[in-house]
Design a protein. Structure first.
Length: 410
């Protein structure tokens, strides 16, 4: 069997013919050409006979035997009647890429589970190159429109670069995957999503889970007025926890005895934890607070009562209980809880919607946790585009397989 025939079978790339080979300092260089002599436009896919010029190009292929493999071809630029002067389409790589499709698919497959540093070292490419390859593969494999069929969505922001930059992420509650992401966390960012969704699909939205961000609320009510706003339970309870902590810190500052201040400082975690998770020592601290500090214990009861109301599954009962809670908090003589009472009153319908539907941003927060894992294992992502590409690679339901060439020896 001739060497070119052997390599042609080892490459396993359709519509490609090996015409020569040689070794250089990096490994093996294989001269290839498409099996069709007439060029195809890489933009519109039409056959084009008029050639503008040609230049020699190299593409990195999967390693074999510990050696780097490169494909070499004199790439033609064609004069397409529709697209103008553009490069021809080749069967082994995408336009503008210096890597074969098999190489890029393998890199993206590894990046779904491994750190970018590991992928870069294993595939012998630059760290930044992993990100650009991932972006191309995601764009290539996202065949279906992820925005089709949306009925219940969750919206949240995700921070990166030490919490100084944000991307807005939209997830599909029904399918449990990321469907849209873009840099920023304001109303204009979210309006871009609804613009892409279009009026017809916006009208099909039945529910949207968000935090109590005024910017997000404005964008949702403007674009999808028929969708039911649901305010995430996690954010509502976090406001109560923050109010409790403000009361505790104010009481600590008011104490003069250093020992008393230290003891009250150390009650923070006992006050914030769920009652069934308290240790014996933490239960004792809570009993001391009940006996010695009425304002903090009153704040603790307000926090726990709100959590109990949000556990209800009867919207009308929850509404009556929330009305009572708002009155209690407003007259509790605790400024942080009086402020929280006003916030809950202003967003009451969205909180009742959580009780009625059980929908929350828990799935979104879970995906955010996965995204933070992706960021950590990548040792930081320095651009929104890199983070968004990794989100779609790992959290949009994209299934990749390593590119295994299947030789066909005759």
């Amino acid at each position: 069997m001739r060497a070119t025939t052997l390599l042609n079978n080892l490459l396993g790339i359709k519509r490609t013919r090996v015409v020569g080979l040689f070794f250089d300092e990096d490994g093996l260089v294989i001269d290839v050409r498409p099996t069709t002599r007439v060029a195809w436009c890489s933009c519109c896919g039409r056959r084009v006979r008029e050639i503008h010029d040609a230049r020699e190009r190299y593409w990195r292929h999967l390693d074999l035997g510990g050696m780097k493999w490169h494909l070499r071809y004199r790439l033609r630029r064609v004069r397409c009647a529709r697209c103008g002067v553009t490069v021809e389409m080749v069967p082994w790589a995408q336009p503008g890429s210096w890597f074969t499709d098999a190489f890029e698919t393998t890199v993206a497959y590894l990046a779904q589970s491994a750190a970018k540093t590991v992928v870069a070292e294993m595939m012998r490419i630059a760290w930044a190159t992993v990100g650009s390859i991932v972006a191309r593969v995601v764009g290539r494999h996202r065949g279906e429109d992820l925005l089709d069929g949306l009925t219940f969505i969750g919206i949240d922001e995700l921070s990166y670069r030490k919490h100084h930059e944000y991307v807005t992420v939209v997830i599909d509650h029904r399918r449990g995957r990321v469907v849209w992401a873009a840099p920023g966390k304001n109303a204009d960012t979210l309006r871009r999503f609804f613009a892409e969704l279009g009026p017809e699909r916006c009208a099909k939205l039945l529910g949207v889970t968000i935090d109590m961000s005024g910017a997000y609320i404005a964008a949702v009510t403007e674009a999808a007025p028929r969708a039911r706003l649901t305010f995430d339970r996690f954010h509502v309870q976090r406001l109560a926890h923050d109010a409790l902590d403000q009361v505790r810190r104010a009481e600590v500052r008011a104490l003069e005895d250093p020992e008393d201040r230290r003891a009250l400082k150390n009650t923070r975690f006992a006050l914030q934890k769920n009652p069934w998770n308290l240790t014996a020592i933490e239960s004792g601290k809570l009993a001391d607070v009940q006996r010695t500090n009425a304002p903090i214990y009153r704040a603790y009861l307000l926090k726990e009562t709100l959590a109990a109301i949000l556990d209800r599954r009867q919207p009308n009962v929850a509404r009556r209980m929330l009305d009572d809670w708002i009155g209690w908090a407003a007259h509790s003589r605790l400024a942080p809880f009086a402020k929280l009472a006003r916030t809950i009153r202003a967003h009451l319908e969205g909180i009742i919607a959580y009780v009625a539907t059980g929908l929350s941003n828990g799935r979104t927060e879970g995906l955010n946790g996965k995204a933070r894992t992706i960021t950590r294992r990548s040792y930081g992502l320095h651009s929104a585009s890199s983070l968004i590409a990794m989100l779609f690679l790992c959290c949009s339901g994209l299934t990749l397989r390593p590119a295994h060439a299947v030789p066909s020896f005759h």
